[in-house]
Design a protein around this ligand. Structure first.
Ligand code: NI
Length: 172
């Protein structure tokens, strides 16, 4: 496994719609393993392939708590089949927007279909943090960041703070 570089916004690749994967083969399995290693090291609870510069519909998630064993989920070509009418707000962050957080409102449950690491079609029902995380990561595959769910005013504040953070990193 290898740790990958995570793209920081703004980056054109983070705004690009990713392409479907034809088949889950060793190449895709290696990509997902590398993405998991990168995500755990960050640390984060979700990572989508565009965030490591690969414009394919691949994501990894692990929403288990700190004291629980790892429970990685690998999703290829995920599709949302259903979203609840009831909404929920979570304070979201993103490894492509380090140290930036905001309340985002989304459906509080969803059902998703995807190919797993063995190229098998799987359906999963999600609620709570997992539902938020799945929807956040699928957004990435469509070139959408959590800040795109906010008002222009809030988004601009975050993007300015992020630009400052980036500058400080470059100077450090
Ligand atoms: Ni993200």
């Amino acid at each position: 496994m290898a740790k990958l570089d995570i793209l920081i916004a703004p980056d054109r690749r983070l705004k690009t719609k990713a392409k479907p994967v034809g088949q889950v083969d060793d190449r895709v399995r290696k990509l997902m393993d590398d993405m998991l290693e990168t995500m755990y090291a960050a640390p984060g609870i979700g990572l989508a392939a565009p965030q490591v510069g690969v414009l394919e519909r691949v994501l990894v998630i692990d929403c288990t708590g700190k004291d629980e064993d790892n429970n990685p989920v690998r999703m290829v070509n995920p599709e949302i089949l259903w979203q609840s009418d009831t909404l929920n707000s979570y304070e979201e962050g993103c490894l492509s927007l380090p140290e930036q957080f905001a309340e985002v409102t989304r459906p509080d449950a969803c059902r998703v279909r995807y190919l797993d690491e063995n190229n098998r079609a799987v359906e999963m029902s999600c609620d709570g943090l997992l539902a938020t995380c799945v929807q956040h990561e699928i957004d990435h595959l469509n070139g959408v960041l959590f800040v795109d769910h906010l008002s222009a005013l809030k988004r601009n504040i975050i993007m300015r703070k992020l630009a400052k953070w980036k500058k400080a990193q470059d100077e450090a």
